[in-house]
Design a protein around this ligand. Structure first.
Ligand code: BG6
Length: 484
């Protein structure tokens, strides 16, 4: 078949957010605490702090009833501003909006006998509002916001019984929103689970060795793989039209030199990234992981049916986030963090964001081709964007040309990948409205087309303001990606 020359007519242009960074209303209408709401704001903007949660820090967080040290509790108050915010998305011409449901709004403790009707009603209102403007919701079922109670009771995903709690929640929302939501994602950046607390909801700071931590994290991940596969099956039984995808934090890596040792190290790093989608798209654990498991003394506890469950619960499409690329060397200079869950060396050919993330639009084209070649399922870019400090100019406007440049270059490469023959469903850039950063909980790390008047301490009117990029994106969508 001839490769298409442009984006499909029904290409899903839009933006993406997560409940815990956006909604606020953390203790309203029966909602329980999420795991994200006990992660303290980082003291250093380059540090990925979402793994450093201990039993003590959770106790401290629960005793603290304010949002001062826990900005994800306040978000940007979408809970009360959703009509205004969705109207702004509609003004830009959004075809889709990726959002997550905060699981503890529906089941405050995760193991409650009945769902919380007020939580369900809130998302009904949000979906109805989106429907008014023909914006298709793309719903992440779990985006770093498990009910905290499940951590306290059974150490989160480390426990197999969390699968049942999750499936009760997914059944509830699949049924409730059967006719309102068509696209679902199971776990946001499922690879985050092997980086610790924020993905696994499991405390492991009390374990002394790395291998012990890895044992716990890969077991937690296995439970998520099973839960995801069962949710895919459950969703299709509830509505055979549902399209349910997986979600990976894609890290494109390059060998530091043509030395075969570096090339092999980069291949290894790439497999370590693609392992997750190998399981979720192909429906089985890849052989290369056996070696990794052996070398780290990891023994996965599997129930007799698990392999069959994985085979029967393959996802319909693969979605991923893409922010940066990295470099892999056989002799790493140091454990250099270059982004969320991304480690590696500096690339002399690339510029970085103020947070040290290496900006690489061509890497997006490379990743799209790699994923398409390997899996042959539709792809969906559900996060991409630039975190930057925005200033309000004397004219009262925000001239964020740097953001426009970043997005334009990535969309250009996306168009190239489509010409290469990649089947691409859509593009929901990250954070169309400024929200709290996942990694550092800063407000000043902004991604949006829409500015929100709030500072890192939570001061501000929460007033929404259009940046220059707002009208630019509107034009991009109106021209289906031609007018960049
Ligand atoms: C991804 C997450 O890792 O990157 C989002 O799925 C997150 O939740 C995004 O916000 C950008 O990261 P940060 O740390 O700049 O907010």
């Amino acid at each position: 078949e001839q490769a298409p020359t442009g984006f499909k007519p029904d290409f899903l242009w839009g933006g993406a957010t997560a409940a815990n960074q956006l909604e606020g209303g953390w203790n309203l209408d029966g909602k329980g605490l999420t795991t994200a709401e006990v992660v303290k704001k980082a003291t250093d903007r380059k540090v990925f702090s979402m793994s450093d949660v201990s039993k003590e820090s959770i106790k401290e967080a629960i005793a603290d009833k304010s949002d001062t040290n826990y900005p994800k509790r306040r978000g940007v108050d979408f809970y009360h501003h959703y009509k205004e915010d969705i109207a702004l998305f509609a003004e830009m011409g959004f075809k889709s909006y990726r959002m997550s449901i905060a699981w503890p709004r529906i089941f405050p403790n995760g193991d409650d006998a009945e769902p919380n009707e007020k939580g369900l009603a809130f998302y009904d209102d949000v979906f109805d509002e989106l429907a008014k403007y023909d914006i298709e919701p793309v719903v992440t079922l779990s985006h770093y916001e498990m009910p905290l109670h499940l951590t306290q009771k059974q150490n989160g995903w480390a426990s197999r019984s969390t699968i049942d709690d999750f499936l009760k929640y997914t059944e509830t929302v699949f049924k409730r929103y059967r006719d309102k939501v068509h696209y679902w994602l199971t776990f946001n950046e499922i690879n985050s689970t092997t980086f610790g607390f924020i993905g696994s909801g499991s405390v492991d700071t009390d374990l002394s060795t790395t291998d012990e931590k890895l044992q716990l994290r890969y077991q937690a991940l296995h439970h998520q793989f099973v839960a995801s596969a069962l949710a895919v099956k459950q969703g299709h039984e509830i509505n055979s039209e549902f399209e349910i995808g997986s979600m990976l934090a894609r890290t494109q890596t390059y060998p530091a030199t043509p030395n075969p040792e570096d090339v092999r190290a980069a291949q290894d790093a790439d497999q370590a990234n693609l392992f997750y989608t190998d399981v979720q798209v192909r429906g089985e654990y890849p052989e290369y992981m056996n070696r990794f498991f052996n070398e780290h003394y990891i023994v996965l506890q599997m129930a007799p049916d698990d392999e069959q469950i994985l085979r029967e619960g393959k996802v319909d499409f693969l979605s991923f986030s893409y922010y940066m690329s990295t470099v892999t060397s056989n002799q790493p200079a140091g454990d250099d963090s270059v982004g969320n869950m991304t480690f590696g060396e500096k690339n002399p050919y690339l510029e970085t964001s103020d947070w040290g993330w290496q900006i690489d639009p061509i890497g997006l084209r490379i990743s799209l081709n790699t994923l398409w070649d390997r899996y042959r399922v539709p792809l969906f870019i559900v996060e991409n964007g630039l975190g930057a400090v925005d200033q309000i100019s004397e004219d009262g406007q925000i001239h964020d040309q740097y953001r426009i440049d970043y997005l334009r270059k990535h969309i250009e490469q996306m168009a190239e990948a489509v010409k290469d023959g990649v089947d691409l469903m859509g593009y929901t850039m990250w954070g169309p409205i400024d929200i709290i950063s996942a990694s550092t909980s800063e407000m000043s790390k902004r991604y949006g087309f829409i500015y929100v008047d709030q500072d890192d301490e939570g001061n501000g009117t929460l007033k929404r303001l259009k940046k220059d990029s707002f009208n630019w994106y509107k034009k991009v969508i109106a021209s289906n990606g031609i007018d960049l």
